[in-house]
Write a protein that binds this ligand. Sequence first.
Ligand SMILES: *[C@@H]1O[C@H](CO)[C@@H](O)[C@H](O)[C@H]1NC(C)=O
Length: 211
Amino acid sequence: MLLPSLRRAALPLLLVSSATLALAALEKLSDDDLRNLPSPGDDFDIHNGALLAPILIPRVSGTEGNFKTQAHFVDFFTKELPSWEILWQNSTSKTPVTGDKDVPFSNLIFRRDPPWAKTGDVARLTLVAHFDSKYTPAGFIGAVDSAAPCAMLMHVARSVDEALTKKWARMEKEGEVDDMLETAEGVQILLLDGEEAFLTWTDTDSLYGAR
Ligand SMILES: *[C@@H]1O[C@H](CO)[C@@H](O)[C@H](O)[C@H]1NC(C)=O
């Protein structure tokens, strides 16, 4: 996986995992394009928004709130976006506040590739946010850093899902799929664990999962 080192980021980082996702395809958005962006409705409501509210809890890596947050992401993709593949990247580390105990970290990858994609030959638009929250102060929620970006990425996945289905069906129908020449292009959303430092940000106390 091509992941440049992630710096502390409150907003999702947009990474392009292959140069073949042509930058030349970028176009200026018109006012109409912006008006047509799908609305999340009430799903970002902080009290009972289906996407955001469940993430607005303390979710320090290795704690119950963190596991609940993982379950929220997995439930959402399993129920609402069954075409997306779910991959776990689990690891453990010791931290300055947990002594000899190994803290578990789980990065989650949600991925959708064109049906004709061959293993190892897919370029993916990659959107990333971390979901763990800071160990201190106790009870810290980290709404901007980075619960809201996670909810935004869930909404992005939901908003592009049907368009991807249609686009790929059309490409197959019109014989645009030439797997000898073109690299298939998919999308993946990385929701990463263990970005925050437990005590003070240093090279070793930070980026446990999200490195
Ligand atoms: C990774 O850890 C999660 C719990 O955080 C667990 O549910 C999942 O099964 C683990 N996956 C793998 C592949 O070990």
